[in-house]
Write a protein that binds this ligand. Structure first.
Ligand code: F6P
Length: 323
């Protein structure tokens, strides 16, 4: 393999830059040319592609966001769009790809590989941590730490005013961020899409807390849950318990930014190098992940089709710790 392309796609995640850096330097180390493809699949279609050097990735390891920019591409969902993307790669002699992103990115990569056969390795880059085939995805740890910093601050004010806070965190259809924030932030309750929680369950938890002389409560609400977003949950609870002093905070996109944590820098650097080595060693349509601290390759099809359930032990931990 003489030449590869690297791109980031979908929602950005802290550590993507560290992964780009690792891909570029690992490829150059092996004498392989690297092209940076900007704006994900859109840039591939448009030919927004440039040759990267070692200095192209200087000083980015510690920075949030992605220097290659990111996008969600509708055109790549069409056969014509993918054909255009293929022509752009062919023109430059790009023989392999490293796709850094989440579910949608890997779904596109799988389709592209099946149609055009360009070997592709996916690096799991999403704050959601929802990809089968890796214990952690790039950006998840940073997002949880960012959210925890906010939750600690919310706890201070919740305590001062004897309030109930409903705090919404990201995760799309996955409760990983929520459950980790719940445990790390000492939340009284966590509502995740993976489990069914009724409004009566929330009311019971709040009442039980009051009976144990708790004066403040934090309920973490993962987006995508069956009871709706934090505003909706708070409204339903408030209707039943009108005396409660309730506030809602949606942490939103703040969870996607910021300098990556040490763990995310490590994961991103390891996955980037493994992706390049995987391409060189003949991996064709795989996602590289880390399981039990070891590099593992999983077929992309499997990575996007299998779910990664939340460990029951973690759910129990929230419950036990909140008594
Ligand atoms: O997949 C990452 C993520 O931040 C999800 O947690 C969230 O649902 C979504 O992206 C938000 O997407 P956007 O940035 O397009 O609003």
């Amino acid at each position: 393999m003489k030449s590869i392309g690297v791109f980031t796609s979908g929602g950005d995640a802290p550590g993507m830059n560290a992964c780009i850096r690792s891909v570029v330097r690992s490829a150059l180390y092996l004498g392989i040319d690297v092209y940076g493809i900007k704006y994900g699949y859109n840039g591939m279609i448009e030919g927004d592609i440039y040759k990267m050097k070692s200095y192209s990735v200087s000083n980015i390891l510690q920075k949030g966001g992605t220097i290659l920019k990111s996008a969600r591409s509708n055109e790549f969902r069409t056969k014509e769009g993918r054909q255009k993307a293929y022509e752009q790669l062919k023109k430059r002699g790009i023989e392999g790809l490293v796709a850094i992103g989440g579910d949608g990115t890997l779904t596109g990569a799988n389709l592209f590989y099946e149609e055009f056969g360009i070997p592709t390795i996916g690096c799991p880059g999403t704050i959601d941590n929802d990809l089968y085939g890796s214990d952690y995805t790039i950006g998840f740890d940073t997002a949880v730490n960012t959210a925890l910093d906010a939750i600690d601050k919310i706890r201070d004010t919740a305590n001062s005013h004897d309030r109930v806070f409903f705090v919404e965190v990201m995760g799309r259809h996955s409760g990983y961020i929520a459950i980790n924030c719940g445990i790390g932030g000492g939340a009284e309750m966590v509502m995740v899409p993976e489990t069914s929680v009724t409004i009566q369950d929330v009311i019971d938890t709040l009442k039980a807390g009051e009976n144990r002389h708790k004066t403040s409560h934090i309920v973490i609400v993962a987006e995508g849950g069956e009871q709706g977003d934090a505003i909706e949950v708070a409204a339903k609870v408030s209707k039943e318990l009108p005396k409660l002093d309730i506030r809602v905070t949606n942490l939103g996109h703040v969870q996607r930014g910021g300098a990556p944590t040490a763990l995310d820098r490590m994961i991103a650097s390891r996955l980037g190098m493994a992706a390049v080595e995987g391409l060189v060693n003949g991996q064709k349509n795989s996602m590289v992940g880390i399981i039990d601290n070891k590099i593992v390759f999983t077929n992309i099809k499997l990575a996007i089709s299998k779910s990664k359930p939340i460990n029951d032990e973690l759910m129990r931990l929230v419950e036990v710790m909140s008594i």
